[in-house]
Design a protein around this ligand. Structure first.
Ligand code: TXA
Ligand code: MG
Length: 337
């Protein structure tokens, strides 16, 4: 494995050797870890079943769960999915960006069944991160990409985190530093019936509802052919340490993850205390969530106490991920992704 540092703000990153290697790897059916604006993705050619099988093997993902196909632009997305007026309106408003749309798959669309887990719907995203966008454009392939972590671990927001989890299993890692948004994309299903929010994420519910002109429905109950919502199994994003939510105090030996300034009483007691956002900003908190959880976990503490975090805006996604990090990790289907 080689980690290639790439500056996405330079105009010529596409001639950088690391980027060219990444394009070649995709065309050869190999895996590439690549930064998106949300988290680092583990990308492969979505038209190639063997390449997609490598994603599941590398992550140790226990079962085939459909993947998001990343496209360079709307034109490419329209070749694969069928967009109704609502889907078109959301795409116009938020693409490129941290939003995934689940739409009917266009018959004959060039995406392998492993990428869609055999469904007749497909999850599509046009990312705004320049490297991911350019990789999809230059390879000319839709890129299937889940988060580049081992199944059950916290999603990576840095190349170092990818390397810790998957280093030996990924030939090419592109490194553009910390990702901007820090939580995964919001997933909205636009199929028959109401628009449904399948996963809160980088675009706030309120902003989506404003464009749709009505509230988003909850995910439909899981059935044989509709997955239980993306990464909807209970324990997901799990650090090794126990995670305790809505904490207004800490127990001896606990680490503390705050929101807003760390209260003096807690700072005095805690062996380690940090805050997701000193100024109490949910976007900043989202951007730091996974890297702060990883950093606290790496200290070997047994428990992390997390302060209450507002439930609005990106706070919905933060609370969703924290809820999964705190969930019981035993029992059937407890780990995924
Ligand atoms: O921000 C993100 O979305 C990141 C970056 C890399 O783009 N990707 C990501 O992928 O979070 P992943 O595989 O961790 O989550 C994708 C979720 C899966 O849990 C899956 O259940 C859901 O999307 N999904 C994919 N296709 C679907 C479909 N046809 N219907 C319902 N859910 C679907
Ligand atoms: Mg994931």
């Amino acid at each position: 494995m080689t980690i290639w540092r790439i500056d996405p703000t330079s105009d010529d990153f596409m001639v950088h050797e690391g980027f060219r290697r990444a394009v070649d790897a995709i065309l050869a059916g190999d895996l590439v870890a690549v930064p998106t604006e949300t988290v680092y993705g583990l990308a492969a050619d979505a038209t190639n079943a063997e390449a997609c099988a490598r994603i599941y093997a590398a992550k140790g993902r226990p079962r085939f769960n459909p993947l998001i196909s990343h496209l360079p632009d709307m034109e490419a997305a329209l070749r694969i999915g069928v967009f109704d007026a609502r889907a078109q309106a959301l795409a116009d408003a938020f693409w490129p960006g941290p939003m995934t749309l689940v739409v009917p798959r266009r018959p004959g669309a060039p995406v392998c069944d492993l990428a869609t887990a055999g469904l007749d719907t497909i999850a599509l995203r046009v990312p705004d991160a320049p490297i991911m966008q350019a990789l999809a454009r230059e390879s000319g392939r839709p890129l299937a990409a889940p988060s580049a972590n081992r199944s059950g671990r916290i999603s990576p927001t840095t190349a170092q985190a990818v390397n810790e989890d998957l280093g030996e299993r990924v030939p090419v890692i592109l490194d553009a530093g910390l990702t901007r948004v820090g939580v995964e994309s919001t997933i909205v299903a636009l199929l028959e019936g109401e628009a449904r929010l399948l996963r809160p994420g980088g675009i706030a519910r309120e902003d989506l509802e404003r464009v749709l002109g009505r509230p988003l429905a909850a995910p439909a109950a899981a059935s044989a052919d509709t997955p239980a919502g993306p990464g909807m199994l209970k324990s997901h994003y799990a650090p090794r340490a126990r995670v305790r939510l809505e904490a207004d105090d800490i127990a001896p030996g606990e680490a503390y993850l705050g929101f807003g300034p760390v209260p003096d009483a807690i700072a005095r007691k805690a062996s380690i205390a940090r805050t997701l956002s000193e100024k109490g900003d949910v976007e900043e908190a989202a951007a730091r969530l996974f890297s702060d959880l990883r950093a606290l976990d790496a200290t070997g503490v047994a428990s992390i106490a997390v302060a209450p975090i507002p439930k609005t805006g990106l706070g919905e996604a933060i609370n969703d991920r924290l809820g999964r990090a705190a969930a019981d990790r035993t029992g059937p289907g407890a780990r995924e992704d």
